[in-house]
Structures are given as C-alpha cells and as structure tokens.
Write a protein of this length. Structure first.
Length: 141
C-alpha cells in the first residue's frame, strides 16, 4: 500500500527540519549570521552579482539584502565594484576571506555529518545514498 502523502509530508518535514537544525548548529564562525552565510554562498556559487540579483535568489526584500551585504562587506567577505553597464549599481564578488569562511563552515558541517554517518549500518547508508537523489529533486524548483 503506497504511503499516505499527507502523513509522509508531515513526517518528512519534521525529519528534514531536525537534520537541518543540527547541521546549522555546527558553526565555526558565529560572527556571520545564517542569512549572511547564505548570501555569501550565493555570491560564491553564482557571482559576481548585483544586490538585486542576490536578493532575488535568496528570496528576500532588497532593503534586507542591503543590510546583509553591508555586514559582509564590513567583515571583508565581499567586495563591490562598479557595474559595467549601469554605474548606479554595484557588482558583488566574494573575497578570499569570504571563500575561506565558507570553506571552514562547510568543513565543520561535513566533518560532523561524516562522524554521524559512521554510526549507521551499511544498509542505512545505502538507503541514505538512494534518498539523496530524491531529496535533491524535492528541493529543486
């Protein structure tokens, strides 16, 4: 009998929230907020970008993104340059210090997760491996 979609959705949501919360708690540098780290990761993956483009990708209002980017710039994790086509805009790029911050955060979370995975059986690891593809599709738009 196939699973009830509503029940599965509820159970899956709670499991994903718990796992995400545990991963987020594995912080190296707490001087950056989670919103700042997310914006920094967007610039790393997709940049250089305008502030408006980052706000759209992050799905936040431009004034909120302006504050996030100001804090990132003040910390030396991003830098601004003139937009080549529109001098009223800036282009945001990640700095070497920003790359290092992201690498440290990623390393810490990957290490924590790898330590947890050691506790699982080979069968559980096979199930998780198969679930990754499905979860990726679930999270994509």
């Amino acid at each position: 009998m196939p699973p009830n979609h509503a029940e599965l959705a509820s159970t899956l949501r709670l499991s994903l929230l718990r796992a995400a919360r545990r991963l987020r708690s594995q912080r190296v540098n707490t001087s950056a907020t989670l919103s700042q780290l997310s914006a920094l990761a967007t610039v790393y993956k997709s940049g250089p970008l305008s502030a408006g483009e980052i706000a759209a990708i992050e799905q936040v209002q431009p004034p909120s993104m302006t504050k996030i980017l100001a804090a990132l710039e003040q910390s030396g994790w991003i830098e601004r340059s003139s937009h080549p086509d529109d001098r009223r805009q800036s282009v945001i790029a990640i700095t070497p210090a920003g790359r290092e911050l992201l690498a440290e955060e990623t390393r810490a979370r990957d290490e924590w997760l790898a330590k947890r995975l050691v506790e699982f059986s080979a069968e559980d690891l096979r199930k998780l491996s198969a679930a990754v593809e499905v979860l990726d599709r679930l999270g994509s738009e």
